[in-house]
Design a protein around this ligand. Structure first.
Ligand SMILES: [Zn+2]
Length: 210
């Protein structure tokens, strides 16, 4: 059974490295899942993370409307008698946003980590941007035409696709793992009645940085 890695501070000898960090694939897939949490889509939240051959993240994205197209004004509905009132004509998929958000010249030979198997439209863009591998979690639309078409194109273009089976059922991000008080090295922002002079504050800040 899969277990969760809640990463409590483990008691390991200080002189030895931790034996149980998350591995690269888990790390990148988790980044894709974290990006998905930014999505405003009420039904499907998808994230994608692009990694280059040196295991550096070069792009992240999630599904959403194009810049300037308000999440409050454009429709999130999946069904309507009027196609213009559904999300499909407007939403940018996570894969496309991740490619467009790249912080490198290109994404040639990169690997994309994505929660859902890409649709045919994203597959075209993945192929044309020279991404070489897609690592996905869910293939729940495997029977649908857009997935069949995507696989047909990936096979023809030589883009590998692999289903990822996570070694843990969850990764918990616990902000309380850090002791915030111990990080407060600089003096607190002075209040209205604080008599500490600017010179004294500067001196204290210099000391805390040292
Ligand atoms: Zn797509």
């Amino acid at each position: 059974m899969a277990t969760s890695t809640s990463s409590p501070r483990q008691q390991q000898p200080e002189s030895q490295k931790r034996k149980d960090p998350i591995d690269w694939a888990e790390y990148f897939m988790a980044m894709a899942f974290l990006a998905a949490k930014r999505s405003k889509d009420p039904s499907t939240q998808v994230g994608a993370c692009i990694v280059n051959e040196e295991k550096r993240v070069v792009g992240i994205g999630y599904n959403g409307f194009p810049t300037g197209c308000s999440d409050d004004e454009f429709p999130w509905s999946k069904t309507s008698v009027n196609p213009l009132e559904t999300k499909y004509l407007y939403v940018c998929h996570a894969e496309v946003n991740a490619i467009l958000n790249k912080n490198s010249t290109d994404v040639k030979n990169c690997t994309m980590y994505v929660a859902l198997f890409p649709c045919n439209e994203c597959a075209k863009i993945i192929i044309q941007s020279s991404i070489r591998e897609v690592v996905y979690m869910s293939d729940k639309h495997a029977h649908k035409e857009h997935t069949v078409a995507a696989k047909r194109m990936f096979d023809a273009a030589g883009v590998r696709y692999t289903q990822y089976k996570p070694p843990h059922s969850q990764i918990v991000i616990d902000f309380t793992e850090i002791d915030w008080d111990s990080l407060n090295q600089v003096p607190a922002t002075p209040g209205k009645n604080d008599t500490t002079t600017t010179e004294e504050l500067c001196r204290m800040e210099t000391l805390s940085i040292e």
